[in-house]
Design a protein around this ligand. Structure first.
Ligand code: M6R
Length: 603
């Protein structure tokens, strides 16, 4: 949530900050701002709304400089107004600061600072930080930032500049992501790698408690005790073109079409990566329960894994919503394996649930997409999805890549526990290798799904139903529709419908039913009949032509026939394309839907 960029060097800082912010806009987009060091001192430009507004405002102001920081905001404390937009300045106007996170003790700090004569200009929690830097500043900006953040309770990634330090940006991290890098005569920092992809491919990922100083050609880092540390840069495998739309109308559309590659790359990299080593000390035969912990779309991937793994492993496997798991005091220990799943690897609920589990002695495995992310560093072993950079706020290719990774992981665990023979393992892997081709086939249905969207984009409510493995896919289909089109959509286990949601069904209510010959087809047909009897409109997504389904459904999308294990790879792209076209026809902001942020780093 919120994106930060910083630059110092010979190029025009405003251009690098604005282009970096536009690449980070998925992290928040209710207001934005930059602070530039100009010959007339530090100058701020802040605007409500998207980065495009800020770009125009910076042009109008005609400001230029070689040192600056920028911010795109996802409001937590205070409305999205110009005064609450970052950067914030101290009482002298010589120090500017941007922040991502929440300062939990901001009320006490503000009261203290006001009592000592500080003048506040915003309603944000952030502003206390810049006044604290001001109080501690004695000519050494690194020291002032270190002392200031030591007073803060909560999560932060901050970047600070001072008018008397024309070649220095100081940053600190606790709980919110921050990357930094330097190249000859230049220094960069940002919340996330995509902001800096046009300039660098190797980055230092700050650890909690660290403070960094970025100067032209130099990056220095101190640990939480103030001891200097050699920053080791990590190469990232993404190229700058991945941050372009490449002829598609939206990043989401592009990313939906990148799924064959994302799934194939994830399946290919599978067990050749050294992730297994982290678990080598773990006696899998002792594992008694597996918890899969995640949020949002990643939670739906966890549910898919629950359905795949439990019959395979013969063990209790539970998918858990991270924000609940963390606080429900689960019974954890050395015999409970925790698998935390996250695209970003920075989602605070997932990270904290994983950390809590580890502290209680549970072995921790992470499935993440972002190399070097906090969750990847927290876990004993990491299985990377190879989906590449995902910019659309709605997760698409990372979902199918997570399912590919989890399907493989399930097989590996089964083999390690002796629940699969080598031959069964080989066959299962061969079956999975068909997934990318199946996704490609489904993507050919684009025009059919667009035509269906054309018929339904004005409806205000949808119900999505599925059974077995199709239940989490129904949840995901409904989430995709609601988050990008703002249409109310609920996913339900089809068998649960009669226990409540059936009351919603009336003449003209669209009900999306997922039907597969592999998942209780007769029961699903019975559920369809129940909808039909109440004059709901049935949209069947079916992977097998069935006369009863054809008779009952008002509309059928016929998907390629596969096998139970492969169902996520046929149903998911179809549901994504349907949601995408509905949202596009409604004219919503598909890539940056209102109120959302790609990476949720606050509770
Ligand atoms: O980065 P993560 O996978 O941890 O993110 C979890 C959710 O915030 C994310 O999946 C969210 O639900 C997306 N908007 C779904 O499209």
């Amino acid at each position: 949530m919120c994106g930060i960029v910083g630059y110092v060097g010979p190029q025009k800082a405003e251009e690098i900050l604005l282009s970096g912010l536009s690449r980070l806009e998925y992290r928040g987009y209710d207001s934005a701002g930059v602070a530039l060091l100009t010959p007339d001192g530090l100058r701020l430009v802040r605007q409500v709304g998207k980065i495009a507004n800020l770009v125009q405002a910076v042009q109008r102001a005609g400001l230029t400089g070689h040192l600056g920081i920028g911010h795109t905001r996802w409001a937590t404390h205070g409305l999205p107004t110009e005064e609450n937009a970052h950067p914030h300045t101290d009482c002298t106007g010589r120090i500017a600061l941007v922040h991502n996170g929440i300062i939990e003790n901001h009320r006490e700090l503000r009261a203290e600072l006001v009592a000592r004569g500080h003048r506040f200009q915003s309603q944000t929690d952030t502003e206390v930080l810049v006044h604290l830097v001001e109080e501690h500043y004695r000519g050494d900006l690194v020291e002032a930032v270190r002392r200031a953040v030591a007073r803060a309770v909560g999560a932060y990634a901050v970047a600070v500049v001072h008018a008397d330090h024309p070649e220095e940006i100081v940053a600190a991290r606790q709980g919110s992501p921050l990357v930094a890098t330097a190249r000859p005569a230049e220094g960069f920092l940002a919340s996330d790698v995509p902001a800096l992809l046009p300039y660098a491919r190797a980055f230092y990922f700050l650890e909690d408690g660290e403070v960094a100083q970025v100067r032209p050609g130099s990056l220095r880092v101190w640990d939480r005790h103030g001891r200097p540390k050699e920053p080791v840069l990590r190469e990232v495998p993404w190229d700058p073109l991945s941050a372009e739309k490449a002829g598609f109308r939206h990043f989401m559309e592009k990313e939906i079409h990148e799924q064959p590659r994302a799934v194939a790359d994830t399946l290919r990299s599978e067990l050749s990566t050294p992730w297994e080593e982290g678990l080598s000390g773990l006696d899998l035969s002792r594992v008694e329960h597996i918890y899969l912990v995640a949020c949002g779309t990643s939670y739906h991937a966890a549910l898919v894994a629950e359905y795949l793994w439990e019959p395979l492993l013969g063990l209790p496997v539970s998918a858990e919503i991270a924000s609940e798991f963390r606080y429900k005091n689960p019974a954890l220990g050395p015999t409970t394996l925790v698998v935390a799943i996250s695209q970003s690897g920075e989602t605070i609920d997932t990270l904290m649930a994983a950390r809590g589990a580890k502290e209680r002695g549970a072995p921790l495995l992470a499935v993440v997409n972002v190399v070097g992310s906090a969750l990847a560093r927290e876990a004993q072993a990491v299985l990377y999805t190879r989906a590449g950079l995902e910019i659309g706020v709605a997760a698409t290719k990372t979902f199918t890549a997570q399912i590919a990774a989890l399907a493989l992981l399930g097989l590996w665990l089964a083999r390690a526990r002796g629940a699969l023979t080598e031959e069964e393992l080989r066959q299962a892997k061969e079956e999975l290798s068909r997934a990318p081709r199946l996704v490609e086939e489904v993507l050919q249905l684009g025009p059919r799904l667009e035509a269906l969207a054309q018929k339904f984009y004005t409806y205000p409510n949808f119900l999505y139903l599925g059974r077995g493995l199709l239940y989490p896919l129904a949840l995901e289909g409904a989430l995709k529709l609601k988050e990008i089109s703002y249409i109310h959509a609920e996913g339900y286990a089809a068998g649960e419908m009669k226990h409540g949601p059936i009351a919603l069904i009336h003449e003209g209510m669209p009900v999306v039913v997922l039907y597969s010959a592999d998942e209780l087809p007769e029961k699903v047909v019975a559920n369809m009949q129940e909808v039909r009897a109440r004059r709901g409109i049935l949209l069947a997504f079916a992977d097998a032509p069935d006369p009863e389904v054809e008779e009952l459904a008002d509309h059928i999308v016929l998907l390629p026939r596969s096998s139970r294990r492969l169902l996520p790879f046929t149903f998911t792209p179809a549901l994504q394309l349907f949601a995408y076209h509905v949202a596009r026809l409604k004219g919503t902001d598909v890539d940056q839907p209102r109120n959302l942020a790609k990476t949720v780093t606050v509770e």
